[in-house]
Ligand binder design. Structure first.
Ligand SMILES: *Cc1c(COP(=O)(O)O)cnc(C)c1O
Length: 370
């Protein structure tokens, strides 16, 4: 069986060596030695002054939105073509998601459609670097400056991406990363927020630890979202191998591109100019062929190959948002169109090139059959 992804892990011995001293220190969580070391290594790798570590990416996003202290009921412009987490984090903060459509090239937010959605209640933009494709960061920054809005990127897919020498983590007011087991870089479960405003550091530290600000003082209604020493240790180990991981993924992607580009009815994302990719996902849009995405999905499934309808359904058509006036897939027709036709193919560092060929054969066979 070939799954859509497979977690990257260091050698068993390497991880054991890393966690050995925890049996002596008996310090398992609450910003211990591993946590501090991993944080410093990430600040350097991502080229940012501040990284706040979390037990998962979702809570990192919830917390960064919380410490911005936007008035309840404020509007946040975001994309429906994302994982449930992005929209949920906005709504769980008492904010209203306003859905901007995506472009049909790299499936990130269509920056030319943002300004029409801005009202006097708009406080922020939460775009997603979907599949590791970078948003139009320059245009988004221009709009944000002009209208005095915060920009918080969901960079869950974009760890390690660099544009013309600038790290993805440097864009916007803050950026959230996910280190979930299925992502390019993992700490089992885990996540982080990157930011440059010094004032946010203390707030985030307190917010992820019940709002506790001192021995006898609690200043926020916070939750618990701290990264443990075991997670941080996994991060320290996996970070040593990140470049090698990305290089292996690149080989897989190059084979997919070689086999599937230029085929009628199959649309691939073009490489972005000046961008060093992390090869996080391989989305394929089936458009203008005799068979549809669901048939390819089934044909692969019959061969024990698991692809994913990622992202389908759109978050603005989730059942839980049926009473939300801004949630309507009809208002984001490009996202709706792509969500009906996209499939992400299996992609992980150790995926054999012969398996990539087998997957492509099944897809191309489907074409001949129809
Ligand atoms: C994975 C993911 C998240 C959530 O991250 P977790 O670490 O799983 O909580 C948020 N947004 C996007 C786009 C994701 O893919």
């Amino acid at each position: 069986m070939i799954n859509v992804t497979r977690s990257s892990m260091p050698l068993y011995e390497e991880y054991c060596e890393e966690i050995k001293d925890l049996w002596e220190s008996r310090w398992l969580t609450n910003m211990g030695v591993k946590h501090r070391r991993f944080q410093a290594e990430l600040e350097s790798y991502l080229n940012v002054p501040h990284v706040a570590l979390y037990t998962n990416g979702h809570l990192a996003l919830e917390n960064i939105l919380a410490v911005m202290e936007f008035p309840q009921g404020s509007e946040v412009i975001t994309t429906p073509f994302t994982f449930a987490s992005t929209t949920h984090a906005i709504v769980r903060n008492g904010l209203i998601p306003v859905f901007c459509d995506i472009n049909d090239v790299d499936y990130t937010m269509d920056a030319s459609k943002i300004e029409a959605l801005i009202t006097e209640k708009t406080v922020a933009i939460v775009p997603v670097h979907v599949y590791g494709n970078l948003c139009d960061t320059e245009e988004i920054e221009r709009i944000a400056k002009k209208h005095n809005l915060k920009v918080i990127y969901d960079s869950a897919h974009a760890f390690g991406v660099v544009k013309n020498g600038v790290s993805v983590a440097e864009f916007g007011d803050a950026s959230m990363f996910s280190f979930h087991a299925t992502k390019v870089f993992n700490t089992i479960e885990g996540g982080a927020v990157t930011f440059s405003d010094d004032a946010l550091e203390q707030k985030l530290t307190e917010m992820r630890n019940f709002g506790i600000s001192g021995q006898e003082s609690v200043s926020y209604v916070g939750g618990n979202a701290k990264m443990s020493e075991f997670q941080a240790s996994m991060g320290i180990c996996n970070l040593r191998h990140i470049e090698e991981e990305i290089a292996k993924r690149q080989k897989v992607v190059e084979q997919y591109v070689k086999r599937l580009s230029g085929v009628k009815g199959i649309k691939l994302c073009p490489a972005q100019k000046g961008v060093k990719s992390n090869y996080a996902y391989f989305p394929v849009v089936f458009d203008g062929c005799e068979f549809d995405r669901n048939e390819v999905f089934s044909a692969l499934g019959e061969n024990d190959i698991i692809a994913r309808k990622y992202f389908f359904p759109l978050t603005n058509s989730f059942e839980c948002y049926r009473d939300l006036p801004t949630a309507s897939a009809e208002k984001t027709p490009v996202a709706e169109y792509i969500a009906e036709r996209v499939l992400t193919l299996p992609l992980y560092a150790d995926l054999e090139i012969s398996d990539v060929d087998r997957i492509c054969d099944i897809i191309l066979d489907q074409r001949r059959k129809s």
